[in-house]
Ligand binder design. Structure first.
Ligand code: HEC
Length: 105
């Protein structure tokens, strides 16, 4: 059973092509909390899921480490709009927190 789960999840990652799913550690949550006080690992995981669900429809899921904060803010602003992902403010905020936690420093 365990083996099957591993095979299925690696197929999913493979099928999506782009960024690997980052596993979120306590150290990541601590780092994120400097910028976003009180943030939880659940919130980061939620942001990661929303990112994968909304931002890989037209191109690969870009690794958060591909760009720095300034560039990401610009890209996310543009991509959240009606012509692209068309997401609400809450979804955008959740995705932004996840991406910026793992952005290029
Ligand atoms: C409806 C299709 C579509 C969706 C959905 C979409 N994108 Fe895009 N994305 C594009 C297109 C087309 C471009 C290239 C043209 C441009 O920059 O305007 C692009 C470019 C980008 C780039 C620039 C890549 C580079 O190398 O310069 C980033 C980063 C990006 N998207 C992130 C996102 C994020 C984050 C989301 C989710 C909020 C998202 N995209 C959702 C179509 C989409």
């Amino acid at each position: 059973m365990k083996k099957v789960t591993i095979i299925v999840s690696s197929l999913l990652v493979f099928a999506c092509g782009g960024a690997k799913i980052i596993s979120i550690s306590q150290a990541d949550v601590t780092r994120a909390a400097i910028k976003y006080p009180g943030i939880t690992s659940e919130q980061l995981v939620e942001g990661q899921k929303l990112y994968a669900a909304n931002c890989a429809k037209c191109h690969t899921l870009y690794a958060p480490s591909k760009f720095g904060e300034k560039r990401w803010n610009h890209e996310i602003d543009e991509m959240s709009g009606k012509e692209y992902a068309n997401i609400d403010a809450k979804t955008k905020e959740s995705i932004t927190k996840y991406i910026l936690t793992f952005a290029k420093q």
